[in-house]
Design a protein around this ligand. Structure first.
Ligand code: 0X9
Ligand code: ZN
Length: 482
């Protein structure tokens, strides 16, 4: 469960501001611990006041972070309760900073000599210029010559920036949204015959919500697959593996069959504001960054809606006494469901795109992290869809594909949310089945490898490859059944 014990977020924020006036949230001294068995209700009761759960407390193993304030107490409690537990990350801040430096460095633009705050400033300037260019040139070719010298809206040096920034894209590190967007722009321009970029909406902070369509001789008669990633900001492996998939579909000739027979609609970053915020300010942020006008939000000024609690199917069927992980009306918690169903730009954009689309999608896949799981509806309650056996068997077939492609390293569990994780309302998966009536709906929890949301970048290619195998199997199954 990724619920917020808000003090835990408030304290690092305040320490940061006081200590060095940096806007970044500081997780110095925070640890990631993992216990080897599920908690009983007393243990859960005690620990939920002291830690922030990163995984479901009733799971086979339970991961949580603990602040420097509660560290000693929690360690001795675990020892007294005879838990065998692992210290997975001794200092979150260290990992976050290493990750930041690595992500900046090899981009070659911001060299090693700059401090983090200097890099942030440089990046800001860079980002603005990318935004200008992409706003201006949507649908046009990225090359300085194409714009002509009398175009005042953007300068050729700005265009060169976009060309440059798009070339940073790879799968050895976690990239900023500007790099990913510039790369998507370039891809669409380089492969105009079968790749199309579409802006399906804008976020509260004005970022584009971008869907890339990949399909040869595309037509509504071909089955369509909709894939969404990055709905939760801190789950960085999701956009990384979804962009890996985009790259393979476009550039790997052995997948030509797939794009000849199916059309893929891929939204790699469903929560652009949240994703950007995890790079600039708080690595552990989950929600979007909206500030709604509900009474409680106005009172508390707490930002962000959990976009996976905001969809309009069985939205808000929770009570205040329920565990907040199901969805909550409290804006300061991490699973705030918003002031109403589809109150958010991001969920509206995807809903409108899917409902207005001339085709009926055969499949809807949403990528999250972490936990190595494949889940099919329903998620809002302990119920199954009527054709659940079919979804289950296909899920097992996908999990086997991942197992083989990972050479035995990754074993995914398959089931409904209530049987292998926890129930929650207002998820995109339930809406895709319940309202859009899409048959093959799966929510994938990618692996955390003991590090949870801070999966080291050295795993990106591994997860990317196993994921491609999963999507290949899914596509073949759909083609055989339709
Ligand atoms: O809580 C979630 O939204 C998902 N887990 S995550 O750790 N990535 O946040 C699981 C959602 C299961 N599906 C739904 N509840 N709809
Ligand atoms: Zn998630």
């Amino acid at each position: 469960m990724k619920k917020c014990v808000c003090l835990q977020f408030l304290i690092p924020m305040l320490t940061t501001v006081i200590a060095n006036f940096s806007p970044r949230v500081d997780y110095s001294g925070y640890q990631l611990l993992e216990v080897d068995r599920p908690l009983n209700s007393n243990q859960l009761n005690y620990l939920s006041k002291k830690v922030d759960f990163w995984s479901e407390p009733y799971d086979k193993s339970v991961a949580f972070s603990v602040s420097p304030l509660n560290r000693l107490e929690v360690h001795s409690y675990l020892q007294n309760q005879s838990f065998a537990y692992e210290l997975q990350i001794p200092d979150l801040q260290q990992v976050i900073e290493d990750e930041l430096i690595e992500n900046f460095n090899e981009e070659g633009y911001l060299n090693n000599n700059h401090s983090v705050s200097k890099r942030d400033t440089l990046w800001q300037i860079f980002a603005e210029s990318v935004q200008n260019v992409t706003n201006f040139r949507r649908g046009r070719k990225i090359s300085a010559e194409d714009f002509g010298s009398n175009d005042n809206a953007v300068s050729s040096s700005q265009i060169n920036e976009v060309v440059k920034i798009s070339s940073f894209m790879d799968w050895t590190r976690y990239h900023r949204i500007e790099v990913i967007y510039a790369w998507m722009e370039r891809l669409a321009n380089e492969h105009r015959d079968f790749v199309k970029l579409q802006r399906i909406g804008k976020t509260a902070e004005g970022r584009d919500i971008l869907v890339i369509k990949i399909g040869l001789n595309s037509s509504p008669r071909k089955p369509g697959i909709f894939i969404e990633g990055g709905i939760h900001a801190r789950e960085w492996i999701s956009p990384a593996s979804v962009t890996y998939l985009i790259n393979e579909l476009v550039n790997n000739p052995s997948l030509t069959d797939l794009i000849e027979n199916l059309d893929f609609y891929i939204l790699p970053i469903m929560n652009p504001d949240g994703y950007a915020y995890t790079h600039t300010t708080d690595r552990m942020w989950r929600k979007n960054r909206a500030l709604d006008d509900s009474f409680l939000t106005t009172l508390t000024q707490c930002r962000g809606v959990d976009l996976n609690r905001n969809w309009g199917y069985k939205w808000g069927t929770v009570s205040l006494l329920d565990n907040p992980q199901h969805g909550t009306g409290l804006p300061c918690l991490e699973t705030y469901m918003g002031k109403g169903p589809f109150s958010e730009h991001e969920t509206q954009a995807v809903r409108n795109f899917i409902l207005a689309h001339p085709r009926k999608f055969a499949s809807y896949i949403t990528f999250h992290s972490f936990g190595s799981k494949i889940m099919y509806p329903w998620s809002y309650a302990n119920l199954k869809v009527k054709d659940w056996k079919e979804l289950h068997n296909l899920g097992v077939h996908l999990a086997e594909g991942i197992f083989e492609a990972s050479r035995g390293k990754d074993r995914y569990e398959v089931g409904t949310a209530s049987s292998i994780q926890y129930t929650a309302t207002g998820g995109s998966d339930d809406w895709a089945r319940g309202v859009a009536n899409i048959k093959y709906v799966y929510l994938i929890e990618l692996p955390g490898k003991g590090k949870g949301f801070l999966l080291p970048r050295s795993w990106i290619q591994h997860v990317g490859t196993t994921n491609v195998e999963m999507i290949r199997r899914l596509s073949m199954a759909i083609l055989n059944r339709i």
